[in-house]
Design a protein around this ligand. Structure first.
Ligand SMILES: [Zn+2]
Length: 530
């Protein structure tokens, strides 16, 4: 039973009569039983509804510390005159006080009863509507629940949009929002910071995507925002359950076509925020449940990463198997995983890799260790890598394991003659096979090549080298005219002069050069100075 602490006492008709002019009392006393239609208590107020001459009048009686005060909304009352309605209301209440109190108590009880039988949602709905309609109720609510210092969360999207529309003609700057985010971080509110950073990235990627961005300013801002979002999630040290929503958020962007240009950054974010086994398995379940929008290769790469993290190398390789041939990056990733699988499987799939990228030195180099136990292929790849890159480490590795080195050398030589003839001489020089080297120079028959290898080879067989080089100089001299050309000839003569042959042989050579070019007067003049 709810007991109202008000209305413990109410004046009786005698006291009422004494409190007003007798004329008013007489009128009220004469009519009140006919005109009072309803009365009810709500706390310290008793509302009384009166109908007279077809007019609805409401009277409120207030309990002010045991004294009754009345007000009426009729015309007379508003003009400041005594009206008989208040007295009529009081007479009615004095007659019916017990009944009114009982009704009030029943009503309070039924409110409690209703509240316990209505869903919270319905109650909240009603309260929310009432709060918007009734300022008094709103104030009462805020005061009672001590909500004075609670503020609406910042609407970053709205802020960003207004930033954009206010500065149509200027470059947009995100410093203000970044600043807010930094402040939230410094204040230790990492969730709020994460919210700000994610809004910046989203805004740039989805709203101002087509803006002119010659200097990459927007892109840099978006990347910075994504990285800071990651950082905030880590700093927030949230529970696995809370983190799930962030993993989902980032995953959705890492697979959404609209965000494609930023996928690598969101993927990087996922790799960073998924620190626990539970995070990883949540990420995995997302890759398995989504796939309508996701790119299958993108999802497979994510799965491979998660499986790899769990040490499930074979499964990781299986995930990538359908996609490794699509691009070099995926292939390199595939190879790095293959290295962790057992030999037999690794070699089997590495062969596929070599077939898919037979000329990609970087991929071949990474796949190379897998073939250590598959001798022929190992040698083939080493040979190819040396031929393609000229890196001597492959050459010496190959020499170490080659079963028939001279045959291998011949093969390399022939291949280089076809693709990079100037390097074919090198392999014989490196091997100390000087006659073979000079043989290949003879095959190449080029004056510049003789000049290049002169310091290394001329002393090994001076007369032969002199004759061969001399022959190409003769031919080169005749190939053109003009002073510039002759200056080049002179440089070759300075070179060939360093070969230790007899003075007589050199003199004979110069003489024949003169005899063959008698009509080139400038050249003859230059030759005389030697
Ligand atoms: Zn009145």
């Amino acid at each position: 039973m709810t007991v109202n602490k008000h209305w413990k006492t109410f004046p009786d008709s005698k006291q009422i009569k004494a409190s007003c002019p007798s004329k008013i009392y007489a009128e009220a006393n004469g009519y009140y039983q006919d005109v009072v239609k309803d009365a009810w208590i709500s706390k310290d107020v008793i509302n009384v509804a009166i109908e007279t001459y077809g007019e609805d009048i409401s009277v409120e009686l207030r309990d002010k510390h045991g004294e009754v005060g009345g007000s009426c909304d009729c015309h007379d009352s508003k003009m400041g005159y005594w009206c008989w309605h208040v007295i009529a209301a009081m007479l009615h209440v004095a007659d019916n006080m017990d009944k009114l109190k009982e009704e009030h108590d029943i009503q309070m009880e039924s409110v409690d009863y209703f509240m316990s039988h209505v869903s919270h949602k319905k109650i909240l709905n009603f309260v929310s509507k009432q709060l918007k309609k009734d300022p008094n109720f709103y104030n009462l609510f805020v005061e009672h629940l001590r909500l004075q210092n609670v503020h609406l969360p910042r609407n970053y999207t709205r802020m960003l949009n207004s930033l954009y529309s206010n500065t149509k003609t200027q470059d947009v700057t995100f410093e203000d929002i970044f600043e807010i985010a930094r402040e939230e971080r410094n204040a230790g509110d990492h969730i709020e910071a994460a919210r700000a950073y994610s809004s910046i990235a989203e805004h740039i990627i989805t709203t101002i995507k087509d803006a002119q961005d010659d200097y990459g300013y927007y892109k840099d801002c978006a990347i910075e925002a994504i990285e800071n979002l990651t950082d905030s999630v880590i700093r927030a040290e949230m529970s696995s359950d809370t983190k799930k929503q962030y993993i989902k958020y980032v995953f959705e962007r890492a697979t959404n076509p609209v965000y494609r240009a930023y996928w690598p950054y969101y993927v990087e974010s996922l790799k960073t925020i998924c620190t626990e086994e539970e995070d990883m398995s949540h990420w995995m379940s997302l890759t398995q449940s989504n796939p309508k929008t996701g790119d299958p290769q993108q999802l497979a790469s994510m799965q491979a990463f998660i499986l790899e993290d769990a040490g499930r190398w074979d499964d990781a390789a299986d995930a990538l198997l359908p996609y490794y041939a699509n691009d070099a990056d995926t292939c390199r990733y595939f190879v790095s995983i293959l290295k962790r699988t057992d030999d037999k499987r690794a070699i089997r799939d590495a062969r596929r890799v070599v077939n898919a990228f037979p000329t990609d030195s970087q991929i071949l180099d990474e796949a190379l260790p897998i073939f250590v136990n598959a001798r022929d292929e190992y040698q083939q790849i080493l040979r190819y890598l040396f031929e393609a890159t000229g890196d001597w480490k492959y050459f010496f590795k190959l020499k170490k394991i080659s079963s028939d080195w001279s045959l291998t050398l011949d093969t390399i030589y022939n291949n280089l003659m076809a693709t990079a003839p100037e390097r074919s001489v090198q392999i014989y020089v490196k091997e100390g096979m000087h006659q073979k080297a000079i043989d290949s120079l003879e095959t190449l028959d080029n004056h510049d090549m003789y000049a290049t290898y002169l310091p290394k080879l001329a002393k090994k067989s001076p007369i032969r080298y002199f004759e061969l080089y001399g022959r190409t100089i003769q031919r080169f001299t005749k190939s053109k005219t003009g002073k510039d050309h002759y200056l080049k000839v002179m440089r070759h003569l300075e070179n060939i002069q360093t070969i230790p042959v007899s003075e007589e042989m050199f003199a004979k050579f110069i003489k024949s050069l003169k005899t063959n070019n008698t009509n080139r007067r400038i050249l003859i003049k230059m030759l005389k100075e030697i």
